[in-house]
Every structure is written in structure tokens, then in C-alpha cells.
Design a protein around this ligand. Structure first.
Ligand SMILES: CC(C)[C@H](C(=O)O)[C@@H](O)C(=O)O
Ligand code: SF4
Length: 432
């Protein structure tokens, strides 16, 4: 019987099969941040097991609230920092060099096709964009991962989603994933891996594929996976050039992770996206989605562009394309958080930061901050935020606040008008 991508990765990493349906896998990466890892560190210390399985394979960053905003977050950061130093982790990103975990780790080339990756963070699924199996885990699994470099998973069942056609202009990966979550529902992929296929994926950059896989968890998915291809190889080339004679050789090697033609899927879904509209969420669940035009005119107070979903250079470029020569509405405040220092610098070099500042945006350092309502843009009760993030749960960005999830293009257009707006209308104006 043929295998899916996840089944191939599982077979190549199998360490043990303690019970039928459960597989213990060797891990290639254990990723850490300052919110969940300190809990694991404290417990390992308490058990007298303050050790790490491999200081090269464990990567750590302070990203959720940084620089620290109060004593609590300062202590969390210090615990991670002291631990990273104590165990001589090869890669640890502290203030000044830090960025949002799911943006900075791929940017440094840490994720490769066929890898197994865990992190104490639900959006670890992002890394599946590279053809890896990447899953968010709880504290106990994180502790075992740190200590032994293994993790137990259920046998992977996969939903295959074929994204057919060609995305219309002004429609982006975020619109695709919001639409897909709307179709699946918030539990539609629970305990399932989502394999994305089709011409829409093939045409996507790695940044867009990360946006797509990032929100697999919002449909309950363990991991979103894109098949590795020439786009993957091009993105990784600076990091893998010494391993392979040329890009063709890398592509040939990575092709072993592609699913077999006779792979068995739990479900296969086909969507033709040739007429897809920009999408936005309403209410407090990520599967409550509508075309932007049905929400047009909805008042907002704040616009947030950033996060592990949409804080990458491609996102900032799209938003700046709409903001250039325009100012945000007097009734709103705009906040942009480039997801990593490299993205920040690139945006400065390309004049994108000037566009944001001229438009009236506040530019913050790279951090999760506002995304989970912890710093740099918390909403007051009754306030509404147009946001490029991935969660619209009640109070997510501040108690009593409401979040509408959307693409960077829709967010930028909404900043200009002060109400939810289809960016294509503004783009037409620019062209005229
Ligand atoms: C802090 C962390 C545990 C959390 C997560 O796992 O998702 C955060 O990143 C989020 O997005 O809410
Ligand atoms: S940017 Fe938001 S969703 Fe992503 S890891 Fe940070 S808090 Fe979680």
C-alpha cells in the first residue's frame, strides 16, 4: 500500500511502537519559546533531569512578550535564557536578534523536508510548509522531547486537499486558508494531517505556504504539509548548498518524501479557487468566514499587521503596495510588527517601513505581542481589530475585544477607510 507524506516521515523516524496505533518517533527539531518551555524546564529540574538530548537540534527564542513588559515576563525570559546558556544551545535568539518563532526558525533554514519537529506551541504546524511533520505538543511531550529527542504520536491519518485553478489577482494564501477552514469547520481535521496539493500550492512562495499551513490547527489539524518541490529547494538553497552538488540533486533527494500515487487518504477534497474572493472572519471562531464584500463597511478601531501567519516580507510588501501614497483613517490606529529582524531590515531597505510610517502606522519590534493580547496593541473592551493573525477567539487580543481575521491586503485597505474594505477596490483606484 502506498504512503502519504506523513506516513513516509513516520516510517523513517520510527523508534518504537509501544501500543497499536501509537508511534514513538525520533525528533529532528525541538523548538522552544519563553511561554511554554520554562514550565518544562522547571519540571525537569525538579525531577533532577535538567539535561538536553542535543544542543544543536533544540532551538530557542524569546518571542511572545519581548522585550519583557513586567516582572513575570522578565522571569520567563530569564528562565529560557539561563537554560539555553547552561546547555549551550547552538541557536538561541534573545532581544535584538529575536523574532516570532514560526517565522525566525524557517528563515534560519532550520526546517527541512522529511523532518520531525515539535514545539510547545499550537502553530508549529506552520513548518509543514517545508514538507516536514511538525506538531504542537503539551508540556509532558515537550519535556520528553528535550530530554530524549523522541515523541509519541498517533498513527497519522491524512486529509488530502487539492487546490485547483489559479488564484485571482488580489486573493492570497490567507484567503485560501480562511476559505478552507470555513469548509472544514474548526474540528474538521481534528487528529488529522492536512496534505495540500494542486496548482495553487505549486504557484505559491514558501511564505504563502507557511501562511496556509499555519492555520491547519484552526481546523483542528495536527499538521499542514506541502509537498517539497523546486520552490522549497530555492528557499533552502543558501543552507543546503554544501550538502548537494546542485539544486536538481536536492530536489531528487527531497522527492522521496512525496506521497505515493496509491497513498490512502482519510478523505480527499477538491476546491477550484479560480473565482475565490478575499475572505474575512466574523464572530469568535476561525470557521466563521465570509467573503469580504459581505462584511464591507464594518467599523474597526485598530489594524494589526504581523504574527506567524502574516508578518513576513511578502505580507509587508502587499500591505505597503496598498498604503503607498495613502494615509490611514483618522478613526483608526495601525500597528505593524515585522516578524523577524531580517524581515524588518529588508522592509527598511525596500522603503516599506517609510510607507507604513508615512501612512500613520506604529512600527513595533518583532514579537507576538498584540496577536495574543499580551503587549504592543491590546484592545479595550468593545474595540474591534482588523488583524492578519490566526485566532479570533473572544478576547484574544484583549478582554471584550473583537478580532476579524483577514489578509494583509484587506487589513491595509481597511486601515485606509476605517471600515472593512475589499483591497481590490483601492488597487483599481491606484491603477486608474
Ligand atoms: C503561548 C502559546 C502556548 C500559544 C499557542 O500555543 O498557540 C500562542 O502562541 C498562541 O498563539 O496562542
Ligand atoms: S504570533 Fe500569535 S499565533 Fe503566532 S506564535 Fe505568536 S502568539 Fe501564537
Amino acid at each position: 500500500m502506498g504512503q502519504t507524506i506523513a506516513e513516509k516521515i513516520f516510517a523513517a523516524h520510527l523508534r518504537d511502537e509501544p501500543f497499536p496505533g501509537t508511534r514513538v518517533l525520533d525528533l529532528d527539531r525541538v523548538l522552544c519559546h519563553e511561554i511554554t518551555t520554562p514550565v518544562a524546564i522547571a519540571d525537569l529540574q525538579w525531577r533532577g533531569k535538567d539535561r538536553v538530548f542535543d544542543p544543536d537540534k533544540i532551538k530557542a527564542v524569546i518571542d511572545h512578550v519581548t522585550p519583557a513588559k513586567d516582572s513575570k515576563t522578565a522571569i520567563q525570559a530569564k528562565m529560557l535564557r539561563d537554560w539555553a546558556r547552561r546547555h549551550e544551545l547552538k541557536d538561541f535568539f534573545d532581544v535584538g536578534r529575536n523574532g516570532v518563532c514560526h517565522a525566525i526558525f524557517p528563515e534560519k533554514g532550520f526546517i527541512r523536508p522529511g523532518f520531525t519537529v515539535i514545539m510547545g506551541d499550537s502553530h508549529t504546524c506552520t513548518h509543514g510548509a517545508f514538507g516536514a511533520f511538525a506538531a504542537g505538543v503539551g508540556t509532558t511531550d515537550l519535556e520528553v522531547g528535550i530530554l530524549k529527542g523522541v515523541c509519541a504520536f498517533r498513527e497519522p491519518k491524512t486529509i488530502r486537499i487539492n487546490l485547483n485553478g489559479e488564484l485571482p489577482e488580489g486573493v492570497y494564501a490567507k484567503d485560501v486558508i480562511l476559505f478552507v477552514i470555513g469548509q472544514l469547520g474548526v474540528n474538521g481535521a481534528t487528529d488529522r494531517v492536512i496534505e495540500f496539493h494542486g496548482p495553487v500550492i505549486e504557484a505559491m512562495s514558501m511564505e504563502s505556504r507557511m501562511t496556509l499551513c499555519n492555520m491547519a490547527i484552526e481546523a483542528g489539524g495536527t499538521c499542514g504539509i506541502c509537498p517539497p518541490d523546486a520552490v522549497t529547494v530555492d528557499y533552502l538553497w543558501p543552507f543546503i548548498a554544501e550538502e548537494f552538488t546542485d539544486r536538481e540533486a536536492a530536489l531528487a533527494d527531497y522527492s522521496r518524501w512525496l506521497p505515493d500515487a496509491d497513498a490512502e487518504y482519510d478523505k480527499v477534497l477538491d476546491f477550484d479557487l479560480s473565482t475565490l474572493q478575499p475572505h474575512v472572519t466574523f464572530d469568535y471562531k476561525p470557521d466563521c468566514v465570509k467573503p469580504v464584500k459581505e462584511m464591507a463597511g464594518t467599523r474597526v478601531d485598530q489594524i494589526y499587521i504581523g504574527s506567524c501567519t502574516n508578518g513576513r516580507i511578502e505580507d509587508l510588501r502587499v500591505a505597503a503596495g496598498i498604503l503607498k501614497g495613502r494615509r490611514i483613517a483618522d478613526s483608526v490606529r495601525g500597528i505593524v510588527s515585522p516578524a523577524t529582524p531580517q524581515i524588518f531590515r529588508q522592509a527598511m531597505d525596500e522603503g516599506i517601513m517609510d510607507v507604513f510610517m508615512d501612512a500613520g502606522f506604529c512600527v513595533t519590534n518583532p514579537t507576538c505581542g498584540a496577536c495574543l493580547g499580551m503587549s504592543n496593541g491590546v484592545l479595550a473592551e468593545g474595540e474591534v481589530c482588523a488583524s492578519t493573525t490566526n485566532r479570533n477567539f473572544n478576547g484574544r487580543m484583549g478582554k471584550g475585544g473583537m478580532v476579524h481575521l483577514m489578509s494583509p491586503a484587506t487589513a491595509a485597505a481597511t486601515a485606509v477607510t476605517g471600515v472593512i474594505t475589499d483591497a481590490r477596490a483601492l488597487l483599481k483606484e491606484t491603477a486608474a
